[in-house]
Design a protein around this ligand. Structure first.
Ligand code: HEM
Length: 499
């Protein structure tokens, strides 16, 4: 087994760093338009599973710095239960228990208290593949539905069968779509919003295919983060590096170095309810405006207020309430300090307040987002009950401080220090049980028409399952797949301990 030294984390060193043993999915937006997530359960012995991983590992996609990757992209993340089934040395499991307690406990245990998953979103109602004991790993195949991906999928199926790995392929297939005629490269999500616009820069990484150096230089400071926010073993934005693991032996450090935590979250979206809500609120605005705003424009304005920017990605001008700026340009809320454009309660302002006022302002909580929508696009007059939603896939270095804090605190309640005067939850991502909770619209542009808040937000989104995963690097996966890894790690530990 090859044990890699812990990479130096100074930004000078990073300019030359391709991060090429990190799984590509962690650092890059997949170019492929489709995705299939397979939920795995290891039913065989540790040895059988390791042989499965050894055969699979040559198909896993790394090299995030590759500017023109071709063919399908395969990624794999493990749950804590999966690592246990692989008989990882206790010493490694103890590191996870101490430094990543939510990963250790698993998403179904944390969801009600830390992710706001109550009512029909509660873990008891999740699809069976996401239940705690059922899930050991997730394989994600991003593809363009070509012969290569069909062949790869078959090969994975054969390998799984040969090594007693059970595959649950019931997670619906994700497929990106565009709502702009003639622009198939754009990515949109249900509820009618363009996605893939906000940028997360990684300090010192010049090989990012998503944000080439010219664009990277234009990013605002608040949109650039230290690698340690996403990759273990590097300092985070505050300079802390809990995964330096200086007291651990080399084999343990090597396993965690530049791995990342991922969260897969399947969310069903009730688009008819969302659209009915937009229409109803728009009618009030149109009526209140005494003919100055027509109903269709008002629908777009309500849609914009809930997300925090117009459907096509342009911002809301705080004075005119019209679209401003270009979709995808980096911004902060300095010009909208009172929330007259983007309300404090809006989805994107909660999820990324940028430089804005919020509790622990200095602690930003970035996520890398790699999700894709599933299900057919909404159509006027469609039959009721059509299933559609979002397969969210998020990466970070701390599930507790990033993913869970965003959903359990910033989406679910008004964060301390935020100027939001309302008591509603995140309008896009949360459960809404209180019909009187108010989503406050600061400013007087709409208030002139008598609209100061939206009430009656519905649970437009229902969680169907969430998985907390660890995405090892190529070296980490090699360690997991090494046939006699138990002995190897123990030997290495003992040797280093007594040297
Ligand atoms: C079905 C539910 C959801 C929908 C429809 C949705 C929709 C959106 C949209 C349209 C954007 C703007 C994208 C862009 O500007 O590039 C966005 C941004 C974002 N969302 Fe969600 N989202 C959902 C759930 C979630 C969840 C569960 C999280 C996890 C915490 C999340 C975290 C974020 C973050 C961090 C951003 C970036 C904000 C920024 O940088 O301005 N979203 N979401």
């Amino acid at each position: 087994m090859k044990a890699q030294p812990l990479k130096p984390a100074t930004s000078r060193a990073l300019w030359g760093n391709h991060f090429d043993h990190v799984q590509r999915i962690v650092l890059c937006t997949p170019k492929q338009r489709r995705v299939q997530h397979l939920l795995l359960k290891f039913n065989g012995t540790g040895s059988q599973t390791r042989r499965f991983l050894s055969a699979l590992s040559r198909h896993v996609t790394y090299r995030p710095s590759d500017p023109k990757p071709g063919g399908p992209q395969l990624s794999i993340g493990f749950t804590y239960r999966g690592l246990e089934a692989l008989k990882l040395p206790l010493r490694v499991l103890l590191v996870l228990q101490k430094l990543a307690p939510s990963f250790h406990l698993g998403a179904p245990v944390q969801a009600t208290t830390r992710l706001g998953d109550t009512g029909s979103s509660a873990p008891d109602h999740w699809d069976s593949g996401f239940q705690l004991e059922a899930l050991h790993a997730v394989i994600s195949l991003h593809h363009d539905d070509d012969a290569a991906s069909t062949e790869l999928l078959k090969r994975v199926g054969r390998l799984a069968k040969g090594f007693c790995v059970q595959i649950d392929d019931t997670v619906p297939r994700g497929e990106n779509f565009s709502l702009t005629p003639g622009r198939p490269e754009e990515r949109w999500v249900h509820f009618g919003y363009r996605d893939g616009l906000s940028k997360v820069g990684i300090n010192g990484w010049s090989h990012d295919p998503d944000i080439p150096p010219k664009e990277h230089r234009k990013l605002r400071k608040v949109s650039i983060h230290n690698p340690g926010e996403f990759l273990l073993g590097h300092p985070d934005d505050g300079g802390a590096n809990p995964w330096a693991l200086a007291a651990q032996p080399q084999a343990v450090r090597s396993f965690f170095c530049e791995a990342s935590f991922g969260v897969l979250r399947q969310m069903a979206q009730d688009e008819p309810a969302f659209r009915a809500y937009l229409k109803q609120r728009a009618r009030w605005i149109a009526l209140g405006s005494r003919g100055t705003i027509d109903e269709d424009d008002a629908i777009e304005l309500v849609r914009a207020k809930l997300c925090g920017r117009f459907a096509d990605g342009r911002r809301i001008d705080p004075e005119t309430q019209q679209p401003t700026g270009a979709p995808g340009e980096d911004f902060d809320y300095a010009g909208d300090a009172e929330g007259k454009g983007c309300p404090f309660g809006a989805h994107i302002r909660r999820m990324n307040p940028r430089g804005g006022q919020i509790a622990h302002q200095l602690r930003r909580r970035p996520l890398l987002r790699r999700g894709a929508p599933y299900g057919d696009r909404w159509q006027e007059g469609e039959a009721p009950g059509i299933e559609r939603g979002l397969l969210g896939l998020f990466f970070c270095s701390s599930i507790e401080n990033q993913f869970e804090h965003l959903l359990g605190e910033w989406a679910d309640r008004v964060p301390m220090g935020n100027l939001d005067e309302g008591n509603a939850k995140d309008p896009l991502a949360s459960r809404h049980e209180d019909p009187d909770a108010s989503f406050v619209l600061p400013g007087d542009a709409l208030q002139r028409g008598g609209v100061t808040e939206f009430k009656g937000l519905k649970p437009f989104v229902r969680t169907r399952g969430t998985a907390y995963l660890l995405y090892p690097t190529s070296d980490g996966l090699e360690q997991l797949a090494t046939e006699d890894h138990g002995h190897l790690w123990v030997d290495a530990v003992d040797r280093e301990d007594y040297e």
